[in-house]
Write a protein of this length. Structure first.
Length: 276
């Protein structure tokens, strides 16, 4: 296990800096040993990009990157992810899958796992808006970004942004309702411990997904589906389609009803909004 720690100069902040010892201490040894590297930064362009750069350097082993701040954080469809240095959690995990085993729906599996981790700190009523947003009462708490590159293996980077605190100035820049742990918790959890628990859950989820795909997650979906039977807007190329959400299929694609017919959606370029 190697470590790049670049936070020793952080002072005068109202939260504890990200700590390798605290994060690793919250991960059970059998899962911690799966990782070849954990890097912690004061500021990066994006944690996903840091791990892709690591791959370009010839390092293709499982690794985690965390940062206090992102200058170029992004979400699905390339949208900007507001990443102020206010004690939020920005982390990414690199994982090499065998080229022939990666299946669709990984963001759904990771999302269900993240919700379960947050339930353990007392946050209930969380739902996953297909395919990658964690919502509480239709307000966004967290987002997941899954990126992949295919070569001799299927290299995947999974990024998670989790709102601990959101300044009003940041909330005003976001074009959808948002929330944070500060608003949902009577007492904020330890960020380092929560990061460790999230990383462990991601590894557990990946190992299960790698072996069985979405098989174990599909029966759970109705309980986690933020769009369950909801009227929705599908927005793509400045065109808006009104539809009704009808769950997902075995490949993790969204099912929706439009003009009395059931259609599937897998495009990452389509924005989904509640219609009512």
């Amino acid at each position: 296990m190697s470590l790049v720690l670049l936070l020793t100069d952080i002072v005068d902040i109202p939260y504890r800096p990200l700590s390798h010892s605290a994060i690793s201490g919250a991960i059970q040894p059998e899962f911690y040993q799966q990782l070849a590297d954990i890097s912690i930064h004061k500021s990066v362009g994006s944690t996903n990009d840091q791990l892709w750069q690591r791959l370009e350097q010839g390092l293709n082993t499982p690794a985690v990157c965390l940062s206090e701040h992102q200058t170029s954080g992004r979400g699905r469809r390339g949208d900007s992810w507001e990443s102020p240095p206010t004690g939020n959690l920005y982390l990414s995990l690199f994982w090499p899958f065998p080229a022939d085993t990666l299946k669709n729906g990984l963001s759904i599996a990771i999302g269900i796992g993240l919700i379960n981790t947050l339930k353990n700190i007392g946050i209930n009523d969380l739902k996953l808006k297909w395919p990658n947003d964690i919502l509480c009462n239709r307000q966004k708490l967290s987002g997941i970004l899954v990126e992949s590159r295919v070569g001799n293996q299927q290299n995947v980077v999974i990024g998670i942004g989790l709102n601990f605190k959101l300044p009003i100035a940041t909330q005003n820049k976001i074009q959808q309702p948002t929330t944070s742990l500060q608003q949902l918790c009577k007492k904020l959890p330890c960020r380092n411990e929560l990061a460790g628990h999230i990383i462990q859950n991601m590894i557990e989820t990946i190992l299960l997904f790698q072996a069985r795909g979405l098989h174990d997650f599909l029966p759970l979906w109705p309980h986690y589906d933020a769009l369950h039977n909801a009227k929705i807007k599908l927005i793509s190329n400045k065109k808006t389609l009104l539809a009704k959400s009808c769950g997902i299929n075995s490949e993790g694609q969204l099912l929706y009803e439009h003009q009395d017919q059931i259609h599937t959606l897998s495009s990452s370029h389509t924005s989904i909004r509640f219609a009512s």
